[in-house]
Design a protein around this ligand. Sequence first.
Ligand SMILES: Cc1ncc(COP(=O)(O)O)c(C=O)c1O
Length: 347
Amino acid sequence: MNHQLSSVIDVRSDTVTKPTKEMLEAMMLAKVGDDVFGEDETVNALQEKAAHLFGMEAALFCCSGTQTNQIAIKVHTQPGDEVICSELAHIYLYEGGGIAFNSGASVRLLPGDRGRFTAQKVIENINKKTDVHFALTRMVGVENTVNKGGGCCWDLNELKKIKAACTDNGLAFHLDGARLFNALIAKGEQPAQYGNLFDTISICLSKGLGAPVGSLLLGTRSHIEKARRIRKVFGGGMRQAGFLAAAGIYALNYHVQRLSEDHDKAKSLEQLLLSQNYVETVMPVETNVVIVKLRDAFPMEVFLTHLQNKGVKDVSMGKQLIRFVMHLDIDSELFERLCTVLSAFKG
Ligand SMILES: Cc1ncc(COP(=O)(O)O)c(C=O)c1O
């Protein structure tokens, strides 16, 4: 039980979790040093642990998933290059225009099934290198799970085909794995299956895994050396970051397997919502995210006010779209209360 749990049921995101007592204890005991000099042994241990887990050569501890994604894009591109990603991609929609701002790259957005596109679509959208009219296609980015796709998971076989298309065309392949562990748990896959496929992977410790801060960029030694330099230029070099890295190590040790509990709650929520008269559809639930579309007769603002009055914090994901995210700090009691509040809404 998290001693910091409040009575507010905050289902806006899995980023809202507070460190547990055990995690805080691990943080307090961390051995630290100056990480810009590479001397923080806890940061080094976290980086080695994560790289090893994914079977990749190296890793870099960063302050956020936005930072790891943006560093990766900068590593792979030059100004004027083009990045291929989904029209729902976080790297495009929710990182402040960072692809243009940080890397001066343009973006080719692909349609798809809740953020998942095919290798064929990638191939069709690679610009011809020899025609000077076109930006040079340089990188493909995918997101697993897809946040705006309702936490859905990619099919590993399609990712393998995209990898082959990238290899054939000299493109870098980056994974925004902010919630990759949710996908691994949901599909019974292993981290190394992803480490094999991607040039760089971003994983977040501060979402489902419950750490207060931190993301890791994984890749080859040379990509990570370049990333370390870019992180410094972005102002992201941290000093005694081992206190935060200790939370990350704790999260990787103790908070991965339990993600299935969040998935179970999300599944129950899906069933409950499907039986409510105010619900038009629910995106099929695969992990910890539930996105529901309200019927037009039930204005979203009225619904959100009902939630707020009953102590539930939530946000909209677009017109009549509401997202509920299950996480470490929604225990069984809070979950039951959430279900009662949702069943009580009559419009
Ligand atoms: C899919 C995805 N990628 C990247 C990020 C960015 O992470 P951060 O908030 O740590 O910058 C998020 C944040 O919610 C996300 O959902």
